[in-house]
Design a protein around this ligand. Structure first.
Ligand code: PMP
Length: 316
C-alpha cells in the first residue's frame, strides 16, 4: 500500500517499505518460526502521538521468542524501534478520532535451515500502516459463531504466544463463518469442547449480574494486552472481575458478551450461534458494561481522558 512507503525498521536501520531479501531456506518460510505483535499509535488533540503500553508487547514477544527458540529484542530496543518507526511514519498517523497508525513488529527465523531445527539467525522488523476506526459509527455488535469442529490452539502448543502459525488454523474457519454472514468465530477448548477460549484475534468477556468473567490464561489463549487493561479498568470502576474457566452455557445465558483486542478495542457481541441455535443479547447487542469500558479505555488510549494508569507513552 502507498501508505507503507515511508519506512520500516530493519536491522537497526530505517528503510523504505518494500520486499525484504530472504533465503528460501529461512526458518520462517519452512517451519513457521515467527512471532508478531500488533499495536496502535493514536494522535491526541494537541497533535502529540501516543503509544499504549508498548513494554507489554515487548515482553510478550520475549516470552514467545523463548518458546520459538529465538532471541528477541530487549524491552528497551523493542520500544525504541517502535518509536523510531512511528516517527518515520508520523504523517501517516490519522488525526484524532479518525483511526490510528497500526504497528506490526515481526520476529522471524531468517537464517537458513534444511532439516527441522531452529534457524541460526533472526530478523526483527517493524512496519506500519494507518487504519480507520474498527467501527465507522459508534459500536457495532459482532455476530459470532462457535466452531465445534476446528480449533485454534491445543494444550502444549503455541496458542499462548503470538506465533504466526496460530493464525493459519483459523483462516478456513473464519472464511466459512464470514461466508455465512458472521463477523468471526469463537473457539472452544479442544479437550472438553465446552470451555470458552477466544475469537480468532480477540479475547472474550461475559457479564452476568454485573460480574465480569473471562477465560483464564492457561497456554491456549493469548494474554491480550487489552484484556489485561480492561480487567484493571473494570476493577478500578468497582466491578468484580473473575479469571476462570467459562463454560459455553454461561456465554449463552450471559447478560452481555464483549471482545477485547488492539484492533477491536472493546467490542460488544450482538449474537452467538452455537449448534444451530442463535442467542441475541439485550440492548441491540450493545451492552452497558462494554460501552462503559470502551469509553474508559479509548479515552486513555487517545489522550481524551487523563491517563491515571500511566499506560501511555508520548512518541512525539
Ligand atoms: N487473541 C488473539 C488470538 C489475538 O491475535 C489478539 C490480538 N493480538 C488478541 C487475543 C488480543 O490481544 P491484544 O489485546 O494484545 O491485542
Amino acid at each position: 500500500a502507498k501508505s507503507l512507503e515511508d519506512g520500516i525498521f530493519m536491522k537497526g536501520e530505517l528503510q523504505r517499505f518494500g520486499p525484504i531479501p530472504m533465503s528460501p531456506c529461512a526458518g520462517i518460510l519452512n517451519y513457521g518460526q515467527g512471532l508478531f505483535e500488533g499495536m496502535k499509535a493514536y494522535r491526541k488533540a494537541d497533535g502529540s502521538i501516543l503509544l499504549f503500553r508498548p513494554e507489554e508487547n515487548a515482553l510478550r514477544m520475549r516470552i514467545g521468542a523463548e518458546r520459538m527458540c529465538m532471541r528477541a529484542p530487549t524491552v528497551e530496543h523493542f520500544v525504541d524501534a517502535v518509536k523510531q518507526t512511528v516517527l518515520a511514519n508520523k504523517r501517516w498517523v490519522p488525526p484524532p478520532g479518525k483511526g490510528a497508525l497500526y504497528i506490526r513488529p515481526l520476529l522471524m527465523g531468517s537464517g537458513p535451515v534444511l532439516g527441522l531445527a531452529p534457524a541460526p539467525e533472526y530478523t526483527f522488523i517493524i512496519f506500519a500502516s494507518p487504519v480507520g476506526n474498527y467501527f465507522k459509527e459508534g459500536l457495532a455488535p459482532l455476530n459470532l459463531i462457535i466452531d465445534t469442529e476446528m480449533h485454534r490452539a491445543i494444550p502444549g502448543g503455541t496458542g499462548g504466544i503470538k506465533a504466526i502459525g496460530n493464525y493459519s488454523p483459523v483462516l478456513k474457519a473464519q472464511a466459512i463463518a464470514k461466508n455465512k454472514g458472521y463477523s468471526d468465530v469463537l473457539y472452544l477448548d479442544s479437550v472438553h469442547k465446552k470451555y470458552v477460549e477466544e475469537v480468532s484475534s480477540c479475547n472474550v468477556f461475559v457479564v452476568k449480574d454485573n460480574i465480569i468473567s473471562t477465560p483464564e490464561i492457561k497456554g491456549t489463549i493469548l494474554p491480550g494486552i487489552t484484556r489485561k487493561s480492561v480487567i484493571e479498568v473494570a476493577r478500578r470502576q468497582g466491578f468484580q472481575v473473575e479469571e476462570r474457566l467459562v463454560d459455553v452455557e454461561e456465554l449463552l445465558s450471559a447478560d452481555e458478551v464483549f471482545c477485547t483486542g488492539t484492533a477491536v478495542v472493546v467490542s460488544p457481541v450482538g449474537s452467538i450461534t452455537y449448534l444451530e441455535k442463535r442467542v441475541e443479547y439485550g440492548n441491540k447487542g450493545v451492552g452497558i458494561v462494554a460501552q462503559q469500558l470502551y469509553s474508559a479505555l479509548t479515552g486513555i488510549q487517545t489522550g481524551l481522558t487523563k491517563d491515571t494508569m500511566g499506560w501511555t507513552m508520548v512518541v512525539d
